[in-house]
Every structure is written in structure tokens, then in C-alpha cells.
Design a protein around this ligand. Sequence first.
Ligand code: NI
Length: 171
Amino acid sequence: MAIRTILTVPDPVLKQVSKPVDAVTDETRALMDDMLETMYAAPGIGLAAVQVGVPLRVIVMDLAREDEAKAPRYFVNPEILELDGDKQPYEEGCLSVPDYFDEVERPKRVKLRYLNYQGEKIEEWAEGMYAICIQHEMDHLQGTLFIDHLSRLKRAYAINKVKKAAKRNAA
Ligand code: NI
């Protein structure tokens, strides 16, 4: 396993639409292992492959609290089959938009279909943090960031903040 570099805005790769994976192979699992290690090191609770510069429809997630055992989840070619419930606001962040948080509204429950680490097809409903996180990560697969749900002014502010921080770090 290896920690990979997480791309940050305004890297154009983040705007790419990710491609489906043909089959879950050892190569896919190696990518997911790297992504999980990268996500834990950041630290974060979700990561899409495009965020490490690999535009494939692959996501890793772990919603366990700090005092809980690790509970990694893996999603290959995830699809949303149904949306249910009202929208709920939640203050989101993103490893590709470091140190910026803002409220996004998303449906409360979503029915998912995806392939897991073993390549098995799973269908299940997600709600709570799981629903929020999977919708955020699946947005990445379409080249959409959570700041794209905000006003143009807020988005520009967020990107500028990340650019300035990157410049400071490089100096
Ligand atoms: Ni994100």
C-alpha cells in the first residue's frame, strides 16, 4: 500500500467524469488499498479515485468514529437507484478543498447499487452520514465538488483560499 497525492482545486483533473471499471481485479483492489491508506492519513471519511488522479468509478469510505474499530467500505461503479425523503442540510468538507466547510442539502436516503471489494453486487439503502457521504463521493465521479452546489461567490472564495494556502505551503 502507498499513500498517494490528493489533488486539490482548481486541478482540472477533478472536473473529469470518471469511467466505469470493467471488473474488480487485484489491480482495482490495490488502488482501493492505496486510496484507503491515503484517506486515513489525510484524515478523511471518504475518497474518490479521481481525487488521487485516477478517473475511475471507485470510492472508499470509513464512517467509524475515532473510538470505534475501522470499518472500511468500498464502492466500484456505484449507482443511485432511488432517492427518498426530504433534503437535509449538512456542513460538508472535502480533502480536495482543504479547510473549507459549508452547508449542502441532499436527499436523506438513497438506494445504492455497487460492487464491493470482492466484486459482489450489493443493493442497499443508505441514510444519515452514509447517505450524505456517498452522494458527495458520487458527485466526484461526475466531476462535481461540493462547492459546485454553493453560490458562485462562495465557490470562488473557497478555491481562492485553497490556492493561497498551496502557495504558502510551496514558499
Ligand atoms: Ni470530496
